[in-house]
Design a protein around this ligand. Structure first.
Ligand code: ZN
Length: 328
């Protein structure tokens, strides 16, 4: 019995690597977009193949349900947001090395071909000078304040939300937060679309068709053994919605992804890593068995709640860095 426990104890760590855009950055139209270059992606996969045991999502589900423990140095590959570049550049490498990736796809991306706010903002940031963009955003906030919408003065908003994080400077964080969740939704949409039209030289609709996985591509990923999971429908900050709006978004996500998931045991990946107790209770009731957050550290299945597993960014592993060694 003691021996049994010791095995579980040794194998309880799970490294989860998180990817967003994976592409040939140098030859892409937006080389400034924050993604992992395909050459580095290949190097990273080679590193994982030599130094870790890359596991399948089904093995993680099995372990959290009390079944077989994971091997030592278990590592899971997760791809957020349903980008077609993951299909073009990452999927062939995964196939070559016989590894599984888990893809988390917002239902709206392939069903309506509308650009998510998160992507409008990424492309605006990849196309504009940050100081110039900040000035533009602040002027637009002044313009709309008191007309149909009310919100705090610029200096208070800036003090509150302009906080640099591991990935972004404070100006970028400010613009992201304001346009992702802080302003009223209608105004966020309006300002994002105005900025997109001004700075990005392509229509939102065209970009949505080239940016997101198509239904046929998702089906092919699934046929080739990749795991498909839930990432909301509209990619909202779920913890900031009313309970009714949050539940509606999750129900729509489950409906649009119905053919890809097992409704009795599916995996949730919270957009922006954002959730609250209501979200946890609702997804559990709806059949979620694992939840992926953006808290940055190695997961420990002995202590971490299955619905709140932390992850590491792909930039935390070689060839980008060796942060993974410190983020226990
Ligand atoms: Zn996302």
């Amino acid at each position: 019995m003691k021996g049994c426990l010791a095995v579980t104890k040794n194998n309880s760590k799970l490294y989860i690597s998180m990817y967003h855009y994976t592409r040939d950055l140098m030859h892409s139209r937006y080389p400034q977009i924050k993604g992992l270059d395909v050459k580095l992606f290949r190097k990273q996969i080679e590193f994982f193949k030599e130094n870790f045991n890359v596991v399948r999502m089904e093995q993680v589900i099995e372990e959290v349900k009390g079944g077989d423990p994971l091997p030592e140095k278990a590592l899971l590959l997760t791809f957020d947001d349903g980008y077609a570049d993951n299909f073009t550049f990452a999927f062939p490498v995964l196939e070559e090395y016989d590894l599984q990736g888990s893809f988390f796809i917002p239902g709206k991306t392939f069903s309506t071909h509308q650009l998510l706010d998160v992507n409008k903002i990424h492309y605006i940031l990849a196309s504009a000078d940050i100081q110039h963009l900040l000035k533009d955003v602040l002027e637009r906030l002044d313009y709309y304040r008191g007309k149909e919408f009310n919100y705090l003065p610029n200096h208070i908003l800036f003090d509150k939300y302009a906080r640099a994080n591991r990935m972004d400077c404070k100006e970028v964080v400010f613009i992201k937060r304001i346009l992702q969740t802080i302003l009223p939704e209608e105004l966020r949409r309006r300002i994002s679309s105005e900025l997109f039209a001004k700075y990005v030289c392509v229509s939102e609709e065209q970009l949505s068709y080239e940016l997101y996985l198509s239904l046929d591509q998702i089906r092919m990923l699934k046929r080739h053994g990749m795991y498909i999971g839930i990432h909301g429908y509209d990619h909202y900050w779920l913890g900031n919605l009313s309970k009714r709006e949050m539940q509606e978004d999750i129900v729509k996500a489950l409906e649009s992804m119905d053919e890809f998931i097992d409704c009795e045991q599916w995996v949730m990946n919270y957009p922006y890593g954002n959730f609250n107790q209501d979200v946890l209770e609702f997804i559990k009731q709806k059949g979620a068995c694992i939840g992926l957050t953006t808290e940055t550290r190695v997961a420990d299945l002995r202590f971490d709640q299955p619905l709140q597993l932390p992850r590491l960014d792909c930039n935390d592993f070689p060839p980008k860095s060796i942060n993974y060694q410190k983020l226990m």
